[in-house]
Write a protein that binds this ligand. Structure first.
Ligand code: ATP
Length: 263
């Protein structure tokens, strides 16, 4: 097993953010955690990457406990976290931002090789290598954040809301890239509010509600589940293949990607 999270509990002061969460990611999988705002999805990713400490429970990566080791050691073990909001270092170039992702790698040739792989995966970043990262579009910034996350060549990539604030076309492009990254051998733990897209690419899914996992299963099964359909996919009136129209009949605009839509 690549990642095992067992009975994880986390408090922020008096707030009980996670109340005994257990799940796994097997090698080669895309696993998604879906849930409403505040359910605790980002907290799970932060705890795996060592940014918040559990009050109880265990996190095992390749069977080794990682809940007491430092974030940079966790990166060196093969876990890379692309946080929500994807803020680049605005006054550094795209290339410099990408290289920052390899902070745990000492060998310059390896950094150059990794950067080349990132540029192959994201040709648009290569075109903009010398551009200041603060001037990139939202979609390009998401690619940059993912490229930075790929620099240490992780075994497990943690992605927090990669669709946030992107237009439907860009959301589809980002999700295709996530599938490609997975096909090339990187396992992925994907946190999303865009449950429709997440369930369309993930192998398995967990539904989180206020710090508790309430449902789990294969993505295709959860897509058929009545509760998931009403709570997370909206009223699904038509399956796929229609033009990009949201489920409420409203045409999604630029920053509207959190509205579930049919593609
Ligand atoms: P979103 O989709 O809105 O990002 P989420 O499912 O990722 O939500 P978390 O960000 O993990 O949810 O937050 C879970 C709970 O923990 C929320 O009630 C939130 O207010 C609380 N919380 C998160 N971070 C902190 C913090 N640093 N201090 C105090 N409370 C926090």
């Amino acid at each position: 097993m690549l990642l095992q999270v067992k009975e994880l509990a986390i408090y922020y002061g008096a707030i009980h953010a996670l109340k005994g969460v257990s799940f796994q990611v097997q090698e080669g999988e895309i696993v998604t955690l879906i849930g409403a705002n505040g359910a605790g999805k980002s907290t799970i990713l932060r705890s795996i990457s060592g940014l918040v400490r559990p009050s109880s429970g265990e996190i095992l990566f390749e069977e080794k406990p990682i809940n007491a080791i430092s974030p940079h050691q966790i990166v060196a073990m093969g876990i890379s976290h692309v946080p929500e909001g994807r803020k680049p270092f605005a006054n550094l170039t795209v290339s410099e931002n990408i290289e920052m992702g390899a902070f745990v790698v000492r060998d310059h040739r390896q950094v150059a090789r990794s950067r080349e792989r990132v540029f192959q995966r994201f040709p648009r970043l290569r075109e903009r290598a010398r551009q200041l990262a603060g001037t990139l579009s939202g979609g390009e910034q998401q690619m940059l954040a993912m490229g930075r996350g790929l620099m240490p060549q992780p075994k497990l990539l943690l992605l927090d809301e990669p669709s946030m604030g992107l237009s439907p076309i860009l959301v589809r492009e980002i999700f295709q890239i996530i599938e490609e990254i997975n096909r090339m051998g990187t396992s992925i733990l994907l946190v999303e509010q865009n449950a429709y897209m997440a369930l369309s690419i993930a192998h398995r899914a967990y539904v989180l509600e206020t710090g508790v996992i309430v449902l789990e299963g294969k993505s295709e099964d959860l897509r058929q589940d009545a509760k998931v359909r009403s709570a997370y996919l909206g009223e699904v009136v038509e399956e796929e293949k229609s033009p990009v129209v949201s489920l409420s009949g409203h045409i999604p605009q630029g920053n509207d990607s959190q509205v579930p839509f049919i593609s």
